[in-house]
Design a protein around this ligand. Sequence first.
Ligand SMILES: Nc1ncnc2c1ncn2[C@@H]1O[C@H](COP(=O)(O)OP(=O)(O)OP(=O)(O)O)[C@@H](O)[C@H]1O
Length: 229
Amino acid sequence: MKPIIRIDNLRFAWPGQAPMLEIQQLQLQAGEHLFIQGPSGSGKSTLLNLIAGVLGGFEGEISLAGQSLASLSERQRDRLRADHIGILFQQFNLLPYLNLIDNVSLPCTLSAPRREAAIRRSDSVQAEAHRLLERLQLPAELFQRRTVAELSIGQQQRVAAARALIGAPELIIADEPTSALDGVSRDRFMQLLLEELDQSNTTLLLVSHDPALSEYFSRHLTLEGASSC
Ligand SMILES: Nc1ncnc2c1ncn2[C@@H]1O[C@H](COP(=O)(O)OP(=O)(O)OP(=O)(O)O)[C@@H](O)[C@H]1O
């Protein structure tokens, strides 16, 4: 089976600096979940940005869904990201003036495969956005009436998770997705996220400083500046 992510002899340095990220080999199959930890500045966000195809200029090989990132144009990398990756970052990047359903539906306006997957699952993109928001335990009365700017941080974070999940991308990349939550909310969120990922056999890469999250993961990668795996 083709891995969702394959990394070989990856080496990355910021211009004029010593290499700060080195990974000899890393492969993740469909449905595998990897927890990435390491001290501040060890390169966790840099690694996510390299895998997402947002950052280039690396040595070695990174393949996503069987396609080598280095062989693609910027436009092709944007397309690959839109079709295959759900992104869940600390800052959420929600559009404050849109309601919850429209925010969650956004990836389906950028990607035909994700739109089709959402429709296969729930008959329409809006219905799938509705299902995911309910699954993540947001009260239905919020969906159409509120803009996301009117939600609590914990609620915004769950909207961002539903947006990452819609259209069943093969890979979710999450950078400190639970940093705004207390322990109970964090555990509940992780359980719901993993249940939803398991249903679509989605691969998860999650970066966090919170060691309590590591128990949810079968695979772990610790970065220490110049790292190997
Ligand atoms: N645009 C940039 N130009 C030059 N150096 C950068 C740039 N972005 C990040 N760095 C450096 O790369 C290193 C790794 O940064 P990165 O954000 O990947 O670390 P991190 O492990 O995610 O840290 P944190 O846990 O604090 O978020 C740091 O030394 C940082 O200063």
